[in-house]
Design a protein around this ligand. Structure first.
Ligand code: UN1
Length: 511
């Protein structure tokens, strides 16, 4: 496959700050607005990670135009060839894993072990989707009539718009881009304004692997200025968003008006149930990882822990003691266990929920404060926070906070726990700790969520299984594995009549 010549994605200004341009039609170009925005390290805002283009509708239009032209060529490249390119991009990511993980920790704050995992998730998605290039299975079925052949094949949808979040800036971009490209679509991606660099890095791997021009395009900027025109564009046939339920409502409504495919991956308020017979050591370990990993900024975060009364006190005592000891700091330090919030606004939201919880009468057992002295001075840090004796109706037990604030709720037993678990508007992930196989299977059946873990917390999805949720978590689509394939392809049913005569379906019935 021919490699397109590409200009450098970043240029050095006189201050040595890297300036990143949009990537449209195989060229790195400035936004038509002439405006830019800064990407700063949330652990230390003195650290300027890069300067990015503040784009507008005209930039989106240029990218869609390029993607539309590229689609006519790309859809004709055999899927196994398209997949080889994705495979090569994954191999490039392996070589650059450490560099890209460090870039990601700098731009979004989570600890290095986790940003390495984020890059690894894109690699996994690369390998999985590359394999899909030789599958893309469809049904071949018998026809009702003699001498007639019937099958259904997958065809690409066309130009796809992708709006991605800051919490998994490479992994979630890869969940969208990689299957879309293997299926023969062309793409415009608008990364979250807090974390555009990791998407650039992913696309760099693509360009270095030899992706033809126009197949993958990046337009950076803000939601209303880039995301909205992208979703509105009549030539964009599919829109995939991972973000908040509020933004999901806006994008879903826009897409519905022009009958676009639309995949929405939204909020969560994920419960972890701990029954009396659970391995408590394991449950405490899991609850800490699920609650405070990524500073609680996962849509799959374990934000509610529902504990049966027989072990409630012991669980609370031990969990809180451990939470207090978590090492908060800059994620580039290998000993740090929890990084900062992504930005000032998110930190303020987290702190507001602490106030809300207090006013609702939940018992604050640890944390609740901003950390702003010494090493924390220039970042958006907060203590790991645990509320106990939380009532299921309280706002801290109902609303997605997206921060290091965990609510612990007591329950009487499995039935009660499931009722509490299901009593929220979201349904992304869920989990139960028990040694009783009957109870585990009961929970698998009855928890209303797209994902259920047994004896593990609510985080840790693998790329080859469907990812998504029920209720307000989305609109029924799934990413990952077969789910992505469903979204990025259209079915075409094909009938081949080799009887040499007119056969009428439903009418000609040989007796
Ligand atoms: C998210 O929570 O926003 O399952 C995505 C996980 C990760 C992906 C999370 N593999 O926790």
């Amino acid at each position: 496959m021919a490699t397109d010549t590409l200009a450098s994605p970043a240029t050095l200004s006189h201050t040595q700050t890297r300036v990143f341009k949009n990537f449209i039609d195989g060229e790195w170009v400035e936004a038509t607005t002439g405006k830019t925005f800064e990407n700063r390290n949330p652990a230390d805002t003195r650290d300027l990670v890069g300067i990015f283009q503040r784009s507008a509708k005209a930039d989106v239009d240029a990218a869609v135009d390029a993607a539309k032209r590229a689609f006519e060529r790309w859809r004709l490249v055999p899927a196994p060839r398209r997949a080889e390119l994705v495979f090569r991009a994954a191999e490039i990511l392996i070589e650059r894993k450490e560099e890209y993980a460090r870039d990601m920790t700098r731009e979004m704050g989570k600890v290095l072990a986790e940003t390495r995992g984020d890059v690894q998730e894109a690699i996994d998605a690369g390998y999985y989707n590359a394999g899909e290039g030789r599958r893309m299975f469809g049904p071949t079925v018998p026809s009702e009539m003699p001498n007639k052949f019937a099958m259904a094949v997958r065809q690409p949808v066309g130009v796809c718009g992708m709006i991605t979040p800051w919490n998994f800036p490479m992994a979630i971009s890869s969940w969208k881009l990689l299957p879309a490209v293997v299926c023969g679509n062309t793409c415009i991606i608008k990364p979250a304004q807090d974390t555009p660099l990791s998407t650039f890095n992913l696309v760099r791997a693509f360009t270095d692997a030899g992706i033809p021009k126009g197949v993958v395009n990046i337009v950076t900027g803000f939601g209303a200025e880039v995301g909205t025109p992208l979703a509105e564009h009549p030539d964009v046939r599919a829109v995939s968003l991972t973000g908040s339920s509020d933004v999901g409502r806006i994008i879903g409504t826009i897409a519905a008006k022009s009958f676009k495919r639309c995949s929405l991956e939204l909020g969560g308020k994920n419960p972890m149930i701990v029954l009396d017979d659970a391995n408590l050591d394991l449950a405490i370990e899991g609850g800490l990882w699920g609650g405070f990993g990524t500073t609680g900024q996962r849509c799959t975060a374990t934000s509610r822990i529902i504990v049966q009364k027989g072990v409630y006190q012991e669980f609370v005592d031990r969990y809180v003691e451990r939470a207090k000891k978590l090492k908060v700091g800059n994620g580039l330090d290998e000993t740090t266990e929890m990084g900062p919030a992504i930005n000032e606004k998110q930190l303020q939201t987290d702190l507001e929920y602490v106030e809300i919880g207090r006013n609702e009468g939940a018992k604050l057992m640890c944390g609740g404060n901003r950390l702003d002295q010494g090493e924390y001075k220039y970042g958006f840090f907060m203590e790991p926070t645990v509320f106990i004796d939380v009532d299921p109706k309280m706002r801290i037990a109902q609303e997605e906070i997206f921060g290091p604030v965990v609510s612990i709720l007591p329950c009487d037993g499995l039935e009660d726990a499931i009722e509490i678990a299901n009593g929220v508007e979201y349904g992304l992930s869920s989990s139960i700790y028990t040694k009783d196989v009957n109870k585990a299977f009961g929970a698998i059946r009855d928890l209303s969520a797209g994902i259920t873990y047994i004896n593990a917390p609510t985080i840790g999805a693998e790329v080859h299984l469907p990812f998504g949720g029920t209720k307000a978590t989305g609109n029924g689509h799934r990413e990952g594995g077969i789910g992505a394939l469903e979204f990025y392809t259209e079915w075409k049913s094909v009938y081949v009549d080799y009887s040499d005569k007119l056969q009428k379906a439903q009418i000609d019935r040989a007796e």
